[in-house]
Design a protein around this ligand. Structure first.
Ligand code: ADP
Length: 452
């Protein structure tokens, strides 16, 4: 087993990895920017190293600075968390060249899944269902028109290097295609330094359903079931749950078997998430794979009792799946997570600043993953996620009541948060009935704002 791990991240996920290290008896090394000097990961890590000024490019995304810290601390491995360098194949390669284990898949697998149209082709080749779409990258506007006709409108243009919904455009007919194609291309070039685009059929009112997998370094892959992530605003998830009301045990097994087989054939390793869209006939289609731990991983942990971060570390240290899991995967009850963002609940503008009161809820079945605290400051430089509130109940009804009361008892003052919005979602009749799709929030926000 590793003796020392460096955590190349910040905020709640850095703290989450520190928890796993402590439970495994591994020393944890935090890195931090000058803006995070007083953060909880710095306080709870065994060692902490300042790697630069607040700006991401000069600190958490500065590969030489991160690697130097790892060399100075003499760590065995690096856990990248999510976002930041977690899906950077170049970073994984540098770690390897320096003799430091990157806790994630090999660089070539990260690279394959990072080029989304290549990932689509790889999944298709192994029998995973995908949406009708272009055969690889679309080279020109004329080619895009040709594909549009062939696939049938509406279609969606997507960035090959995509993430966070950027470089994505829905095209309803051929006339609007040229302008939207150019917009997607310039947005993708600006965001990712790569303007490659591909196209696929646009699904009306889809659900976003993703499957969690774990793969060891000996060819064993398991699926831990699905998470329903349809409650999203501008393609950013706000609330996730597991299981999905639309996934039957048969469908869970069928998809679990296909993806396990596929991932073992592409030599996948460590934790990963395969994202699907579900159409109104309950058919699932692959859209992309994330080769890292996800923000919403706790809902899977709550219903399976598998610690995914500890599993990642054990797998990276060479453990076999049977030793990591120590028994079959059993799904129990229902879990819901709310992502509490430091944002205005209606305008969604970021709300950095000092937290004056911070009273997280407790009680049966409630989990909080956060690095926030009273009198602490939310710096303006980073992601707006300040806490994840996760509950588990014996069924969806109990989980919803528990989340409702936990949100009510979660007091954060000094900054704006999304808590009032999430309280309203929990009270919404359509949400309670499980009638959700990726357009839910837009329809919901259009309804008159009623006080809770
Ligand atoms: P990104 O990597 O930018 O997050 P994804 O491919 O994961 O992009 O898609 C993000 C979201 O965009 C999905 O959750 C869904 O809401 C919407 N979306 C993506 N592809 C389609 C599609 N073919 N039809 C309808 N909606 C889609």
């Amino acid at each position: 087993m590793f003796k020392k791990i460096l955590i190349a991240n910040r905020g709640e996920i850095a703290l989450r990895v520190i928890c796993a290290c402590k439970e495994l008896g591994i020393r944890a090394v935090a890195i931090y920017s000058e803006a995070d000097r007083n953060s909880l990961p710095v306080r709870f890590a065994d060692e902490a190293i300042c790697i630069g000024p607040p700006q991401l490019a000069q600190s958490y995304l500065n590969i030489p600075a991160v690697i130097s810290a790892a060399e100075i601390a003499n760590v065995d491995a690096i856990h990248p968390g999510y976002g930041l360098l977690s899906e950077n194949a170049n970073f994984a390669e540098v770690c390897k060249a320096c003799g430091i284990k990157f806790i994630g898949p090999p660089p070539e697998v990260i690279r394959l899944m990072g080029e989304k149209e290549k990932a689509r082709a790889a999944m298709k080749a192994h029998g995973v269902p995908i949406l009708p779409g272009s055969d690889g990258v679309v080279a020109s506007e004329d080619e895009a028109k040709e594909w549009g006709r062939q696939i049938g409108f509406p279609v969606i243009i997507k960035a090959s290097a995509g993430g966070g919904g950027r470089g994505m455009r829905i095209v309803r007919n051929e006339e609007e295609l040229p302008a939207l194609y150019r917009q997607a291309q310039s947005e993708a070039s600006a965001a990712f330094g790569n303007g490659d685009l591909y196209m696929e059929k646009y699904v009306e009112h889809p659900r976003h359903i993703e499957f969690q997998v774990l793969a060891d370094e000996h060819g064993n892959v398991v699926s831990l079931g699905e998470r329903e992530c349809s409650i999203q605003r501008r393609h950013q998830k706000l609330l996730e749950e597991s299981p999905s009301v639309q996934v039957s045990p048969e469908l869970r097994k069928e998809i679990g078997d296909i993806i396990s087989k596929t991932l073992s054939q592409v030599d996948y390793q460590n934790a990963g998430t395969i994202e699907f869209l579900m159409d109104q006939d309950r058919r699932l289609y692959f859209i992309e794979m994330n080769t890292r731990i996800q923000v919403e991983h706790p809902v899977t942990e709550m219903v399976t009792d598998v610690d995914l971060v500890k599993s990642q570390i054990m797998i990276a240290a060479g453990a076999k799946m049977a030793d990591v899991l120590q028994g079959p995967i059993v799904h129990r009850g229902h879990a819901i997570e709310c992502r509490i963002n430091a944002e205005h609940p209606e305008k969604f503008t970021p709300s950095a600043g000092k937290i004056t009161t911070f009273n997280p809820p407790g009680g049966t079945g409630v989990r909080i993953d956060t690095a926030a605290y009273a009198e602490g400051t939310i710096p303006p430089y980073y992601d707006s996620l300040i806490a994840k509130l996760i509950v588990r109940g014996k069924d969806r009804n109990e989980a919803m009541s528990r989340m409702g009361r936990a949100l009510e008892m979660f007091i954060v003052e000094g900054i704006h948060t999304t808590i009032p919005l999430q309280r309203r979602i929990l009270a919404d009749p359509d949400f309670r009935a499980g009638k959700i799709d990726t357009g839910f929030i837009e329809r919901f926000l259009a309804k008159k704002a009623e006080p809770v």
